[in-house]
Design a protein around this ligand. Structure first.
Ligand SMILES: C[S@@+](CC[C@H](N)C(=O)[O-])C[C@H]1O[C@@H](n2cnc3c(N)ncnc32)[C@H](O)[C@@H]1O
Length: 310
């Protein structure tokens, strides 16, 4: 059947993907157009066509297939070996095995709990739904488990393309692609423009200070090594500024003046500095700070030091 495979080409351009910006103002005829959070079928069509320009993937898998967009696209492209997996079709990404190794897996997970699929899905409550209310880091940990499973299931040279957006919650910005682990080699990073989205977040009213998020990320990872796994993972920490290796005396004085929020005597700066300096030699410290305070960043008025920009 592979002779009937019909990857899409943009006419006159001989390209399957135009650039790293994906913008499809209409979502195309594929899948359930009323399924909340569905993806434009053009994304899946162009991805498959781009990474498999001449012959079809041996096995295409869609994880989180939702409203059937991927299935319809695959039928149009005349792909034979495709699997479309979702809780709503009885397959749980957290507990179930992938049914076959794949050379292209497309996954489109829930964007944390922005759309709560348990509330939309008919049938009993699914405790493993990734869109259930849970702390953000729990969501990321679960996503990591699924991404690892998808990566391990790839055939050598196969791809995992994951589409996921950023979220603003109570004024805080969350970007799952920057917090999740990355398995494999990053082959491409597309920015997909969001069109016609229902505004989920009431923060985006006309009086809001927040900038609307109108893009999603599509990361494509490739497996290039069988046993060795390139892995990038994020470690969040808070370090005391004074302990940073490259912190300068200028940085410290600026921060000290902001903390005090008023004019500060030379002696106070020295006393503060003595708690951090590697030397007890007062003369040396005074000389060093005196030199720093000569900068135009600082200004002295009636024996008190201020930030010039204040
Ligand atoms: C963003 S939607 C996918 C939309 C789909 N791409 C479309 O175009 O219609 C996320 C999907 O993840 C599914 N889901 C959530 N948790 C899951 C889990 N643990 N295992 C499998 N599917 C899950 C939901 O049922 C929902 O259909």
């Amino acid at each position: 059947m592979s002779d009937k495979y019909t990857p899409h080409v943009f006419e006159g351009e001989n390209k399957h993907l135009r650039s790293t910006i994906m913008s499809y103002p209409d979502r195309g005829p594929w899948g359930d157009k009323n399924f909340r959070g569905n993806v434009s079928g053009y994304v899946i069509r162009d991805l498959i066509s781009n990474y498999f320009p001449t012959s079809p993937p041996k096995q295409f898998i869609e994880v989180f297939s939702g409203g059937g967009t991927g299935q319809d696209v695959c039928q149009d492209l005349k792909l034979e070996n495709t699997l479309h997996l979702d809780l709503s079709t009885g397959w749980d990404a957290l507990t179930d095995k992938l049914p076959a190794p794949s050379d292209l897996t497309f996954s489109h997970p829930p964007y944390w709990d922005i759309i709560k699929y348990n509330q939309l899905r008919k049938g009993e409550f699914q405790a493993n739904d990734l869109s259930n209310k849970m702390p953000y880091l729990e969501f990321i940990n679960k996503l990591d488990c699924i991404n690892e499973k998808i990566y391990l299931n790839l055939l050598n040279n196969g791809y995992h393309a994951i589409l996921i957006g950023d979220i603003r919650r109570k004024g805080k910005y969350y970007s799952p692609i920057k917090d999740m682990a990355w398995f494999g080699n990053l082959k491409d990073h597309f920015i997909k423009i969001q069109h016609n989205t229902k505004m989920e977040n009431h923060a985006y009213n006309k009086n809001s200070d927040y900038t609307r998020i109108l893009h999603e990320h599509l990361l494509v990872f490739q497996k290039k090594e069988l046993w060795n796994i390139p892995l990038k993972y994020v470690h969040n920490t808070n370090l005391e500024m004074k302990k940073l290796k490259r912190v300068s005396w200028q940085d410290l004085i600026i921060t000290f003046l902001q903390q005090r929020n008023t004019g500060v005597k030379f002696e106070e700066i020295i006393n503060f500095t003595r708690t951090i300096a590697n030397t007890d030699n007062l003369e040396e410290i005074e000389m060093m700070i005196g030199k720093e305070l000569k900068s135009e960043i600082f200004i002295e008025q009636k024996g008190l030091w201020f930030l010039t920009s204040k």
